[in-house]
Design a protein around this ligand. Structure first.
Ligand SMILES: [Fe+2]
Length: 314
């Protein structure tokens, strides 16, 4: 089975009109070349949690024939719930917006917009996460990693958390036949799971040194709380691959022996001039091949087993 993974398309017709054709181009690239039997998008499908933008994304999926569970899996991102400041004026009012926002309602709008994609998921939770989805020999486990607003720990909605309750449910799901009998087990979440040292090997497009990227990422206040505990669970559950987005580059790294791929450089890469990449994962029996595919040029970068040579939108 071949999976195309991308993330963070940040569709917003008002402030980022260029993102819609870029998303279409990346999806068509994967579909027309038969690079993918299944597509995974790990959150921030929209930039401003606007219901009209969500419907625009839905219509794009429909027009490409992938608005079905067997073809496409999505998980929610922080921008799909909290949106984001798009003008300088917004920056001051944005924390108040995050505080007042009805998280459950926003999540429900996202889930309803893409309801078909969750039609055959296995879940114990009313909100729909965590879930299992079996696609052929592969079992996916999708998480909602978006932390609720907190004046101290999550003032602008960008930090992540997998709650204790969700981890408990995930533990129970990992005993399910669909998970245990799968040839490959893949976890999907929006937030990145790396520490700076996990990505210090990445080369980047815009002239930053290798240590530069780590320092730059460390400065950002975007983080997933409780990563160490999460990885304990991932090892317990026999996870083969983690797919995520949130920090806008494409790159691969290992953490605790688990292959992790960031797919967030396909539409809105932070390292300008580096091109637009999505990840491709080819799974057959126990063999696995990962590569990063550049959409705007004919470039395929194989990701070696030890992840020593990888790129970040180079
Ligand atoms: Fe994000």
């Amino acid at each position: 089975m071949r999976i195309a993974h991308l993330s963070d398309s940040h569709i917003n017709l008002k402030y980022h009109p260029q993102h819609l054709p870029r998303l279409r181009r990346a999806l068509e690239h994967a579909l027309e070349r038969n690079y993918a039997d299944h597509i995974i998008i790990t959150g921030d499908l929209t930039s401003n949690a606007d219901a009209r933008d969500l419907r625009t994304v839905r219509r794009l999926f429909e027009s490409l024939g992938i608005m079905k569970s067997s073809k496409l899996t999505v998980v929610v991102g922080n921008h799909d719930i909290f949106g984001g400041p798009h003008l300088a004026d917004d920056v001051l009012s944005y924390p108040g917006h995050c505080q007042r926002l009805d998280y459950a309602e926003k999540l429900a709008i996202f889930q309803d917009t893409f309801a078909e994609l969750f039609s055959d998921t296995i879940t114990m939770s009313r909100e729909g996460y965590p879930f299992l989805k079996r696609v052929q020999d592969v079992c996916l486990m999708g998480f909602n990693s978006i932390a609720e607003h907190s004046a101290v720990k999550n003032p602008v909605g960008s930090n992540g958390l997998i709650t204790d309750e969700a981890q408990e449910q995930a533990r129970a799901l990992s005993q399910h036949h669909a998970w245990r009998s799968a040839g490959s087990r893949i976890v999907l979440l929006h937030h990145h799971t790396f520490r700076p040292k996990d990505v210090s090997h990445l080369e980047v497009a815009d002239g930053f040194s290798q240590s530069g990227i780590a320092a730059r990422l460390e400065q950002w206040t975007l983080k997933l709380y409780g990563k160490r505990q999460l990885f304990k669970f991932l090892k317990f559950a026999g996870v083969d691959i983690v797919l995520h987005g949130h920090i806008h580059f494409t790159g691969a790294y290992l953490r605790d022996g688990i292959q992790c791929l960031n797919g967030a450089g396909a539409v809105y890469p932070v390292f300008r001039g580096g091109g637009y990449f999505y990840n491709r994962i080819e799974l057959e029996g126990t063999s696995r091949e990962c590569s990063a595919i550049r959409v705007d040029k004919k470039v395929i970068v194989p990701i070696p087993e030890n992840n020593t040579v990888v790129m970040a939108n180079r």
